[in-house]
Design a protein around this ligand. Structure first.
Ligand code: KG4
Ligand code: ZN
Length: 347
């Protein structure tokens, strides 16, 4: 089987994603999001997300097949996010994938969500160089990964020790009175602001931190610094310069993200950096990463925004690569693991 048709299911957070990939070709990526149902809570409510997955699953599978022009009978394997993510949300996807694999009589691949964020880029930019450095930044994760083989060998170099990068964007947006999810709003507002107006802290970059947490991130102190700064404005009866705060905050985040990612490439002799996750849509992150990669002789790969946020295509893409590499499938007793370590690419 040289070009397997794989159906991928993603339900780790608030997106019900169903993707169809043949080999490295994306046929269709269907998404149903429950983000609107969470907006008034200022964050994803797990129970609400799980119910939404249950309701959206079958219609989304049907839509993906219809739009891709394939029948379920054509599917050679089913792949699903087994973790990490919200436990109840994962269970809905895993149960659906088991039912499909059993009913169709095809192999089941339970895959790691973070690995899938890296693997998806093959549908846009072709095979992944081995090794590739992966920087994953989203509402749920901030990881620096050394990826010798996305189908079975991923090593964690560092991760956030508190808030995820996207979480920091969302929390700071709230402080600034911008809607949820805040990342895109900060990105937009920051274009009108001055990124050097306020010197916000760069987490885990001091000499001592660079020894103990060389490739780790921390955004909680930055978030608090922004909240204090805004409060001081209010206390003084002055208007908050929202654009300057947004631009200076964003600069602090993307400065540390790109600095450590490029350093990791240099220290591990890796020539290709891939950025994924929802925050990879950030215009300043893309620009600064490109600038620093060019200066360091590193090639930068960033999937288009629709493939950076959670989706089913990434799970299908990783499943298809596993099939093509002859990796063994998962058993039908596949568990969902909300805290699945990144090194465990397949469950
Ligand atoms: O990957 P994703 O869709 O879901 C998670 O797995 O979390 O990422 C969503 C996160 C949110 O925190 C959102 O604010 C952030 O990505 N985000 C952005 C931008 N677009 C989305 N952050 C900064 N700039 C953006 N343009
Ligand atoms: Zn994700």
């Amino acid at each position: 089987m040289s070009e397997p048709l794989v159906l991928g299911i993603e339900t780790s957070c608030d997106e019900t994603g169903v993707g169809l990939v043949r080999g490295r070709t994306l046929l269709f990526d269907a998404i149903a999001s429950s983000v609107d149902q969470h907006a008034r809570f200022g964050g994803v409510v797990p129970e609400v997300a799980s119910r939404a997955h249950l309701e959206a699953m079958v219609p989304t599978v049907e839509r993906a097949c219809r739009e891709a022009g394939v029948s379920l009978d054509d599917v050679d394997a089913v792949s699903v996010t087994a973790g990490p993510g919200l436990a109840g949300a994962l269970l809905v996807g895993v149960a659906a994938a088991k039912a499909l694999a059993l009913g169709l009589g095809v192999p089941l691949y339970g895959v790691n969500h973070l690995a899938a964020h890296v693997a998806v880029d093959v549908v846009e930019h072709g095979p992944l160089p081995e090794p590739t450095m992966g920087l994953l930044v989203s509402g749920g994760h901030s990881n620096l990964l050394l990826v010798p083989d996305v189908t079975h060998d991923i090593r964690s170099l560092g991760a956030t020790i508190d808030d995820a990068a996207g979480e920091a964007f969302d929390k700071v947006a709230r402080v600034l009175g911008l809607p949820f999810p805040g990342g895109p709003h900060i990105d937009r507002v920051a274009r009108e602001g001055d990124q050097v107006a306020i010197d916000f802290p760069r987490g885990l970059t001091s000499g001592r931190d660079m020894q103990r947490h060389r490739f780790d991130y921390s955004f909680s102190g930055l978030k608090t610094a922004v909240a204090r700064w805004v409060q001081a404005c209010a206390d003084a009866g002055e208007p908050v310069p929202v654009a300057d705060v947004a631009a200076s905050f964003q600069e602090a985040v993307v400065d540390v993200l790109t600095r450590k990612a490029v350093l990791a490439c240099a220290e591990h002799g890796v020539e290709d950096l891939l950025i994924g996750g929802g925050v990879a849509a950030n215009s300043r992150l893309r620009a600064l990463a490109q600038e620093r990669c060019d200066a360091a002789g590193v090639r930068l790969r960033v999937p288009r925004p629709g493939l950076c946020t959670d989706n089913g295509a990434m799970v299908a893409a990783l499943g298809a690569q596993m099939v093509m590499r002859g990796r063994p499938p998962s058993g039908l007793d596949l568990p969902a693991d909300s805290s699945q370590p990144v090194e465990q690419v397949r469950s």
